[in-house]
Each structure stands twice: as C-alpha cells, then as structure tokens.
Design a protein around this ligand. Sequence first.
Ligand code: AMP
Ligand code: GLY
Length: 423
Amino acid sequence: MNILVLGSGGREHTFAYKIAESNLCDKLFVAPGNAGTSEIAINVPISVTDFEGIKELVLKEEIKMVVVGPEDPLVRGISDFFSQDVDLKDIGVIGPSSEGAKLEGSKEYAKEFLIRHNIPTAAYQSFTADTVEEGKQFLETLNSPYVLKADGLAAGKGVLILKDIQEAKDELENMLTNKKFGAASEKVVIEEFLDGIELSVFVLTDGKNYLTLPTAKDYKRIGEGDTGLNTGGMGAISPVPFADEDFMNRIEEQVIKPTVEGLSKEKIDYKGFIFIGLIKVGNEPKVIEYNVRMGDPETEVVLPRVKTDLVSLFKHVSEGTLDKASIEIDPRSATTVMAVSGGYPEAYEKGKEISGIDKVSDSLVFHAGTKIDNDKVVTNGGRVIAITSFNDDFRKALNTSYENMEKLHFDKMYYRKDLGFDL
Ligand code: AMP
Ligand code: GLY
C-alpha cells in the first residue's frame, strides 16, 4: 500500500521512520517533509492545508492511507474532505473529522465534552466580549494563580497563567476586547488552577475501540529549570516514572474509557490519535487539554517504543477493527533531546549548515526544521533535530542523547541540558 504522511516536523519524521519499517508499506510520501524524511520517503512540496493539491497527489500516486501529523488540517476538515469525496472516500485517513478535531480547536467545546461525560477536569466558565465584566467578577471568586485560555487555536501561546488579579483582569480584557490572539480569543475559558505534576497519555482509536500508547512528559520551556518562554517542546521522556499501575488504571477508568465512549455515543467520527494532557492532583488525574494528534516531541519517544507494526494498527483503525489488535511496547525508557536555533521561540535565523549527524551512534536522529540545500543539510525552523535514546534507566538514556548532541553542530545551536531534573 502507498502511504502519505502530512507534516514536516520531528513527529512526521518519526511516523515516516516507523511506517517505512512496515512490510505493508510500498511507496511512502511525505508532504512537505524535511531533510530527514527525504532519506526514507519521497518528499512532495505540498502544504498540509492544500486539500486539492493533496487530492491530486493521492490519486496520481494511488495512495491508500493518509496519516495526518498536525492539527491544522484536521480542524479545517481534511478527514471530512476525504470522506465526502467520491474518489477519496475509501482512502484511510488517520485523523478525526472536523467535529472530533473541535476537542483541540475549541477549549470551550472540550470543556463541555468533559463535563457531559463526567471526566475530571478543572472547574471553569467561558466569556465573550459582551461578558468581560462578568469574567472579571468570576476571577474575583477564584484564588491566584488565574488560568486564562483563548478558546481557539493560538499556536500553543493561548494559555496565560497569572499571579496578580489585576493583571488577570487586564489580560482578559486584552484577549476579549483587543483580540490579543485574534479570532482565537473571541471567547476565553477561565479555569481553576490545578496544582500537580503534568503528564500526557496517548490513545489510538477507531471511534469505538482503543489502544493506550505509552505515557510521556515533555519539557515546554526554553530555559533550564523550566524557565523562560514556552516552546513546542524541548525534549521528552517516556514512560513517565510516576505513572504507576494504580494511577494508570485511574486514568483508564476515569478518562480514557469515558472519552472514547463519549465520542462513540455522540456519533463523532474519530479515527486517529487522542493526546490527553493531564495533571496529577494528589492521586487523581484531571484533564487539562485534548489534542487530536500526536505530540511533538512526544512522538519521538512514544512511537519508537511501539514494537507492533504501525501500519497494521492504522489499518485496524480505518477498518474499525481495533478490538482485534494488540500492542507490544518496548519496556525500556526512551528520551529525546531537541536541538533548536538560537533565538527560538522568538526570531531566529535559518539556513545554517548542520554537521555531525553521521557521527551519532546508539541513538535515533529525527529531523524537525531541516532541509537540503545544495546537497547539504541546513536548518529550516526553530526546532531542528531530536536525538532519541533508549535505556532501562531514563537517566542513562538521556546521557546517550546528550553525548550524541555534542557531536552535532550548527551556528547558534542550543539545547536544554537538564531534562528529567524534576523526576
Ligand atoms: P494547554 O494549552 O491547555 O495545555 O495549557 C498550556 C499549559 O498551561 C499546560 O501544559 C499546563 O502547564 C498549564 N495549564 C493549563 N491549564 C491549567 C490549569 N487548569 N492549572 C494549572 N496549569 C494549567
Ligand atoms: N509537545 C506538545 C504538543 O505537541 O502539543
């Protein structure tokens, strides 16, 4: 079967790496891809939101399965575009319908879904420009810190956590009246602050049945000790050591089962990944967000631990037979460290030559923002390369990633050297 992966980050290189290993995959395409995917697949310069361009490619190359990496095409309805097109309706799309993608596309929709299905989450209320004053009064009833969330997609920047009540009121006004995050903050969810440790669980579902993938924790801040600006993620560890069997059972019973049952009861067409962001408060899991895709860089540690043929799992997803599948997980820990361009997550330069990739040993190299320029691998984004390593002890795995990081070089390269410091 010919397969297409949509996206161009470390997540998509990891998908391509796992799919290329499968005997079920004939030709593998990635759109638009990066320098790493070009070594194991055919890169096609089509944007992930150019649905007509994707259709043309799929028909021309007789592609039978499309694996969607990022959320944007899902929220814009790529899955519906396929299911409603006579020529495309039989092609398997790994990624939910636009209705399902609202779990990520609208924080309010996600909160309403959580409440409807009795899934533990922070108490909340949502407000619009017409109800700014009520919003400020609601803030008065909460304790500091205050959590404000833009309802829509805001490139990972739409959540503000503020200590000072006046600052919280001002930011609420900024978001609603001054559209700080554009249309994404026409509505704002204000929620109770949850004090605990974060982790993420990943679920693969066909809309009725599901398989639970390994847990992971990512490091979002740019600076060591979790300081500075939020990034897409500077590294990740899987599994999360504090998620023991008892806690995982709670997550399964209180969160995963009611989520999948809720999708099924509401007849939401959902074939793909659910990425559940949780906070462990005491010994109770509480959901802070849903994403309708895999995480990046969480994919770089979760998928390499999956020993089962990924394409066979995807076939079960698209055929609705995931109850017939099982999943085998490598018991070792996996860690990934991300090298980024100096200046990221603010302005940074591109086009810097990357050297030393061929010197990496005992680890996997996943490209993120890279491209080939005059036969050389150069930087092409903020997050550039992730190095994934395995060991029974996650600290030893991290050491291997760090030893290999020292062999890589590009101008103004930066990476965090303290991952796992909190575990
Ligand atoms: P989100 O985009 O919803 O994942 O939020 C971004 C980050 O804000 C999360 O990774 C958490 O660290 C934090 N966060 C979100 N909601 C809450 C909450 N209710 N209490 C504490 N921290 C939160
Ligand atoms: N690493 C967080 C995310 O993919 O949303």
